[in-house]
Design a protein around this ligand. Structure first.
Ligand SMILES: CCCCCCCC/C=C\CCCCCCCC(=O)N[C@@H](CC(N)=O)C(=O)O
Ligand SMILES: [Zn+2]
Ligand SMILES: [Zn+2]
Length: 458
């Protein structure tokens, strides 16, 4: 390890404002500084002969850790160094201070996702310092533009590895967590490994009308027409897809942890499915698990107080349920808006990602499960699920069919709100446990043992 303490390295990382502001706006100075920073705090990683380091797309980092046994298929760990903006307002401590107080490191990126960047490199640094030589090769890919698409980071790394003929056994990225307090009546935490992620559409709606003097307004303006259209969309949720999704499987795995009568209800979803799906959609977080969500995120109109606005534009961010496609959602949207004065411009669209295997033979899934059981022995349930956000891992479907999105951290509804929100923080203990998790995971990936079917209680 360099000159800094275990958590000191995170503090320093948070301090560098690697903010992705908009589609093409990144803080290149901070990203370059971040590159220098990781070199200084993880010297062993950078000087080890069997660890190759490359800078891709100017600010992303690819590490190739050459294992001693070429017969084992390599895997890849992902994380990203950029963060979303964080204006000072509402924060208990300035978001880029990286202050350590009361057992927590505070600041933007402590959960999303500098914690993973630093924990992966720190775990590798510690292993190398102990002269550990991995058997299975692995890659570490640290994107620099995940929050605005991953086109210059993850996408370029993916293309480069494909050109080199690399195929991966599996990928582990950010995504789901060990969830605590999301389901009423369920006191115990449970780990969800996301085996797919929702799709996304950024749709711009635009209305053009003839400008004129505001003293004699027309019956409807571009703002009024557009406001009515977006309001219809907000008031008309997309269909509840509960019956067709992975969530049913997740809930069945959780069933026996609930007290009576919830355990019976969840074990008999063929009967109680409609009731359960109505309960799930009542909460805004769990609602995101049963349908395509509709978020009105931007609205622009008007040029002057006394001018009838010629153009009004709104952007809507949809997160597409894995049981639907982008095309299906766009059809539904057009039917809901039902006004041909409203133009549709799809700014970007991604279909939901394929479902990765989670059976007994799925190496990546089983290694995660095994490491969760070892590092978090109090967590009884590990189940596959859906990631409601998008991750850099979506750019790597050309290299593997096994993509798992899991952060080895506890998450409660309050900390969930801090991601992209205010007062994002990580406890020192949680960060140290994340390092331990990766430290063990890398070693578990080197064991001979193939995942073996485990016995089920009868
Ligand atoms: C029965 C299960 C209950 C589960 C409750 C759901 C709790 C949700 C838990 C974690 C979700 C956290 C999502 C993190 C995704 C982070 C990735 C991200 O921010 N991506 C951005 C950028 C992008 N690439 O588009 C995004 O906008 O999605
Ligand atoms: Zn992230
Ligand atoms: Zn994010």
């Amino acid at each position: 390890m360099g000159r800094k303490s275990c958590t000191g390295v995170v503090t320093g990382a948070i301090h560098i404002p690697t903010v992705s502001f908009g589609p093409k706006e990144i803080n290149t100075t901070a990203l370059a500084e971040f590159g220098e920073y990781i070199r200084s705090v993880f010297p062993t990683v950078f000087k080890t002969s069997f660890v190759q380091h490359e800078v891709i797309g100017e600010y992303s980092h690819l590490f190739t850790v050459q294992g001693s046994d070429p017969s084992l298929q390599p895997y890849m760990l992902l994380a990203h160094s950029d963060v979303v903006p964080a204006p000072d307002e509402g924060w208990e401590v300035p978001p880029f201070s990286g202050l350590e107080r009361d057992g927590f490191i505070h600041g933007r990126g402590t959960l999303d996702n500098k914690n993973s960047v630093m924990a992966i490199l720190q775990a590798l640094e510690l292993l190398l310092l102990r002269n550990y030589i991995p058997r299975r090769s692995f890659f570490i890919a640290l994107g620099h533009d995940e929050e605005i698409s991953g086109h210059n980071g993850a996408q370029k790394i993916s293309a480069l590895l494909q050109a080199r003929g690399v195929q991966l056994a599996f990928i582990v990225d950010e995504g789901n967590f060990i969830l605590d307090g999301f389901i009423p009546n369920l006191k115990k935490p449970f780990a969800i490994i996301a085996v797919t992620e929702k799709g996304a559409i950024n749709l711009m709606l635009q209305v053009n009308t003839t400008p004129g003097h505001s003293s004699a307004p027309p019956k409807e303006t571009s703002i009024g027409i557009l406001a009515a259209a977006v309001s219809r969309l907000e008031q008309t949720p997309m269909p509840n897809m509960f019956g067709s999704g992975l969530l049913k499987m997740t809930l069945q795995e959780l069933a026996h942890e609930f007290p009576f009568p919830t355990n019976i209800i969840l074990s008999n979803l063929w009967l109680f499915g409609p009731l359960v799906s109505r309960l799930i959609e009542r909460n805004y977080i769990t609602n995101a698990l049963v349908r395509t969500t509709t978020a009105l995120t931007m609205f622009n109109a008007g040029v002057k107080v006394n001018v009838i606005p010629p153009v009004a534009q709104a952007i809507i961010n949809f997160r597409v349920d894995p049981a639907q496609t982008v095309q299906e959602v766009l059809e539904l949207v057009k039917n809901i808006v039902a006004d041909n004065r409203v133009q549709f411009h799809v700014l970007s669209a991604i279909d939901p990602l394929p479902v990765s295997p989670s059976d007994h033979q799925a190496l990546g899934y089983q290694l995660l499960r095994q490491t969760i059981r070892s590092v978090f022995p109090e967590v009884n349930i590990v189940a596959p699920g859906v990631c409601i956000g998008n991750t850099d891992s979506r750019h790597y479907t050309n290299l593997t069919t096994s993509i798992y999105r899991f952060n080895p951290l506890y998450l409660n509804p309050q900390s969930f709100q801090s991601i992209h929100g205010i007062n994002e923080k990580i406890s020192v203990r949680a960060y140290e446990t994340q390092v331990k998790f990766i430290f063990e995971f890398i070693q578990n990936a080197d064991t001979d043992q193939e995942p073996v079917p485990h016995l089920h209680e009868l």
